[in-house]
Design a protein around this ligand. Structure first.
Ligand code: HEC
Length: 105
């Protein structure tokens, strides 16, 4: 009988790749009109979903509807926005993406 020690140690190193999400995805395919309020829109409205949502809803929303949408994002979804942000975003959305606003180029 031969005693053979063939112990193989597999040392498995587990690498945890911590992926640090880059802040704002480059939404280069979505171009919103430059104007006051756009920086707030980009900062506040693209963290959970694409800015596409604005364009998709744009044909039917008047100012009151945008107000409702933005307040829903804050109160229901938890968007971290100040009252000033909300006002700037609503004014911007109503002006450029409200019902009856000229179609975005
Ligand atoms: C904290 C996360 C979050 C932020 C920030 C956020 N949203 Fe949303 N939004 C959601 C979720 C979740 C939905 C529902 C998505 C779905 O049903 O696919 C949604 C849906 C929408 C819709 C579709 C219509 C509706 O009412 O469901 C619109 C339009 C919209 N968001 C606009 C905005 C705008 C404008 C902002 C910036 C003021 C914003 N969102 C910021 C989470 C967010």
């Amino acid at each position: 009988m031969s005693h053979k020690h063939a112990v193989r140690r597999a040392v498995t190193s587990v690498m945890l790749a911590a992926s640090i999400a880059t802040a704002a995805a480059d939404e280069s395919s979505i171009r919103l009109t430059e104007d006051a309020g756009l920086p707030q829109v980009q900062a506040s409205c693209s963290m959970c979903h694409s800015l596409d949502y604005i364009l998709m809803n744009s044909p039917f929303q008047d100012k009151a509807a945008w107000e409702k949408t933005v307040n829903k994002m804050v109160k229901v979804m938890g968007a971290p926005m100040t009252a000033d942000d909300v006002a700037a975003v609503v004014a911007y959305l109503d002006t450029h993406y409200g019902k009856g606003a000229p179609a975005a180029p």
